[in-house]
Design a protein around this ligand. Structure first.
Ligand code: NAD
Length: 460
């Protein structure tokens, strides 16, 4: 392999590999440097394995709870974990195949900037390039004093190595990872304790969303504690004893720490390359994904929140195009945030309050799923679709959905917001019946005061 490239990408996750592919499509000579598994956190420890666990567990739960089912259905826990691993390795090898298919040179080792034009490799080699994309991602944040031993106390990476189904699990953090795993393990019959330090679960989401998710988790038997902290975790042989604020104690044979993430920017030599970080340790970038050194770009988690794979994919392409001399910008109006709970949760664009703060004459309507036959079929009539719009122009500004398959409807809402769709545009779009997606059209009709499947209170 050569030693000089047009572009070298550091990191093979969602912020890195799409940059390498896009740059290769644009005719650049490209290398990618990754010491671990290709696909990054998303493929190996995040989005893919968690969804590979959630999906079969949802099917199991559904079948088990249909009132007319007879006989027992059981989950072979080891088989489930193995199956999730097989999906991970399939996805991971797909990434490598794509890179090779595009002629990207792959270096499976660490990279360290010696200057803004040179990266020293872990195996002793050196790569020179005109441009670099740094996409080193984030890693699980730690709680001081709570050690991840990978046997009893886990993060989102080590939890995937569980061999045996725990009987009691303590989850610290009621964010994305915490609620997704609480849902999975509770359905597998594990006694789950979920501790969140803020007043509600999924604190970054709409209050109505948090309320439904908390209610659903409690119904599954999850012991939810909000405004609470885990003060200590003492490791015993095969379990841990945790003390929760307020004096309560919980003994659990598995603990999952899911309290957010921190950027991977140490030991990269970024200072030698003139790349500056912000106060939280993320790499500062402009809309072209250029760092303080314009020869070096950054994309994905390492360039700051939201820490989402689909945001990283998009930024990676922007970074590659700018590295290739095009003038593209990362300026999304809406980045979908999805939590794969039961039901799924989606938040896109502006919430009502945010829209007001930005000077819009914002209004919101909430269309409940109580009247949706598809929601009844899917046993999820407590969900809703909420839309936020500008009352002057009637353009759509935000959408929040709590419903089965919300993740699949999300893209329609993103598209509508990005293209400046109005309530009328949504209301005039024929949606397939019977689907949850119809609720988006009905919500627009509700805002226009002409919903068909919802009785409007008559004005006197
Ligand atoms: P998160 O930021 O979503 O949630 C962490 C939660 O932990 C917060 O609610 C926080 O208040 C709480 N917390 C922090 N310290 C605590 C403490 N000491 N005790 C109790 N609670 C505490 O982070 P996460 O759940 O670890 O997920 C990490 C990232 O991964 C997220 O930023 C998310 O974007 C991404 N992710 C995305 C998806 C998805 O897209 N479906 C799924 C999983 C993770």
């Amino acid at each position: 392999m050569r030693e000089t490239y047009d572009l070298v990408v550091i990191g093979g996750g969602p912020g890195g590999y799409p940059a390498a592919i896009r740059a290769a499509q644009l005719g650049l000579s490209v290398a990618i440097v990754e010491p671990g598994n290709f696909g990054g956190e998303c493929t190996n420890y995040g989005c893919i394995p968690s969804k590979a666990l959630i999906s079969p567990v949802e099917s199991y739960w559904r079948v088990k709870n249909l009132p007319f089912m007879r006989g027992e259905v059981e989950v072979d826990f080891e088989g489930l974990m193995k199956w999730a691993k097989s999906i991970v390795s399939r996805t991971r090898s797909g990434v490598l195949q794509l890179l090779k298919g595009y002629g990207v040179d792959v270096y499976q080792t660490r990279g360290y900037f010696e200057s803004s034009t040179t990266v020293r490799l872990g195996d002793g080699g050196t790569l020179r390039a005109d441009k670099f994309v740094v996409a080193t991602g984030t890693e699980p944040a730690r709680i001081p004093g709570i050690e991840i031993d990978g046997a009893v106390v886990h993060d989102n990476r080590t939890i995937l190595g569980l061999k045996k189904k725990p009987s009691t699990m303590l989850i610290i953090g009621g964010g994305y990872i915490g609620v997704e795993y609480a849902n999975v393990f509770a359905k597998l019959g594990v006694e789950v304790h979920l501790v969140e330090m803020l007043p509600r679960l999924l604190p970054q989401m709409d209050q109505d969303v948090s309320r439904i998710i908390e209610r659903r988790l409690r119904k599954l038997g999850v012991k939810v504690r909000t405004r609470a902290r885990v003060e200590s975790v003492e490791l015993r042989e095969s379990f841990a004893k945790a003390r929760i604020s307020g004096g309560e104690e919980v003994e659990a044979d598995a603990v999952l720490v899911a309290v957010g993430r921190r950027p991977v920017t140490r030991d990269l030599g970024l200072e030698k390359a003139g790349v500056r970080l912000d106060g939280s340790g993320f790499i500062k970038v402009n809309e072209h994904m250029e760092t303080s050194n314009p020869r070096i770009l950054a994309s994905g988690d390492v360039s700051g929140p939201p820490l989402l794979a689909h945001k990283a994919f998009h930024q990676a392409v922007v970074a590659a195009e700018n590295a290739a001399g095009l003038d593209t910008a990362y300026e999304p109006m809406a980045v979908p945030e999805v939590v794969f709970t039961d039901p799924e949760v989606v938040s896109i664009g502006l919430k009502e309050e945010e829209a007001r703060e930005r000077g819009f004459k914002a209004r919101a309507v909430r269309y409940p799923l109580g009247g949706s036959p598809r929601a009844a079929i899917e046993d999820s009539i407590d969900g809703f679709v909420k839309i936020v719009y500008d009352d002057d122009s009637k353009t759509l500004l935000g959408v929040q959905i709590v419903a089965p398959h919300a993740s699949e409807i999300a893209a329609e809402a993103v598209y509508a917001i990005e293209t400046g769709a109005t309530l009328e545009d949504l209301a005039l779009t024929i949606h397939p019946h019977p689907t949850i997606s119809e609720a988006l059209k009905e919500a627009a009709e509700l805002a226009l005061e002409r919903p068909i499947h919802y009785v409007l209170r008559r004005k006197k």
